[in-house]
Design a protein around this ligand. Sequence first.
Ligand code: ZN
Ligand code: ZN
Length: 468
Amino acid sequence: MSTATARMRALLGVPGSTLRGLPQLCECHGCGLVQRSRDLQPGQIMHCERCDTKLGVRRSNPPIATPLAFCLTSAVLYLLSITQPVLTISIYGRSRTITLFTGPIELLRDGWGIVGGLIALVTIVLPAVVILLMLGILFGALHHRLPLRVTAMMRWYDRLRPWSMIEVYMLGVLVAYTKLIDLADIQVGVAVYALAGLMLTLGVTDSTLDTDVIWSRRRVRLAHRHPVHRPFGPEIDIHEVPPPPEHMVSCLSCGLVCCSPTRLSCEECVGACPRCGARLYRRKPDSVRRTMALIFSAVVLYLPANVLPVMTIIKLNRGGDHTILQGVGELYDAGMLPLALLVFFASVTVPVLKVLGLCVMCFATWRGSANRLVLRSKLFRIIDFVGRWSMIDVFMISILVAVVHFDALANVNADAGMMSFAAVVILTIFAADCFDPRVMWDAAGLNGPAFGETRSPARAARAERAQA
Ligand SMILES: [Zn+2]
Ligand SMILES: [Zn+2]
């Protein structure tokens, strides 16, 4: 073991590992089925045989050069987007220009510093962090053997990428623009074009990056013989008979399946991944309870988010409060039906869909239900994907607050509803992140007896009654 790895293990506080990699296997993180990895040809995709989750993809482009070119372009576009103006507004002979920083600063001045900080984090800080991490990963991957620091960067990139919300911010700019066009003369700045370009280049960087190729440059200690003693016997070739499920764990970060000579605990940390150093858990700890706690908090805040005004619009000393639904109604009245539908879907439907969907999944897990598991897994993937798009309204308000600042002539201020709404969005994103969809399949008894009974209290009680 290298000194760096030993130091990292000590830092993580996990025991020196007996885990060995099994690169010939992969576990579906949607349903928990362990299956044989396939050697994919360029352009081929591997899906889970049970729930259809995408398990792997081999890109047909050069694995490092193409994403590197797009990532360098992203860095240039990012610099343009933070230094150039986003919008210039002219109203009754007065004009005002805003940049990406103006919205968070104005929110801070108005006493909504937490929301301002959140917007600055997801539109300014994290996009920069994500671009720097990707550059670090791609330059590191040019080495024949992947350096250890790059594995940590890959882990952080995975975690932080969904929080870089440039594409959602772009939609917020579009909605703000359509709201302002009747009020004043608007000029779109260079930063909007840079942000549109950045949205595309970040997307293309992700879709041309072949993480399997990068991970294959990191050597791991492999298991050849079955390390499991009685009753499986020490001499079984691992290529013929895979180890029993309770001796295997897969890394949520790099996907490596590892096996151990001993039975592994279900929810406790079982060691560090031999390939990327991430803490390994067979299932996300306390997934159902944590998800329900976050969902409950989101439900409590959902009512004020919709009843309280999210902003106050004053024009020539007249005007008043606006709730989210009133904003949708205004877009509809202005003849912007597609945009009204988009905002209604993102701000009203998505949070409700997330809360109901996650409640159904948690309840079905508690009961140990095996009904519509494939559908539930697909629903979870959708919920996980659409959550961040609810931030459109929050971004739109931050832009309006920044740009419409003309005292009695025209003024927009944020209101308490926006704070509650931003909290609902963040809580539901965390709730989806805490939920482990594999526990639905465990509770239905489809991942072997080692999982089922502990996962579904209702099922365990039924089994106990039947025995009695
Ligand atoms: Zn699956
Ligand atoms: Zn790993």
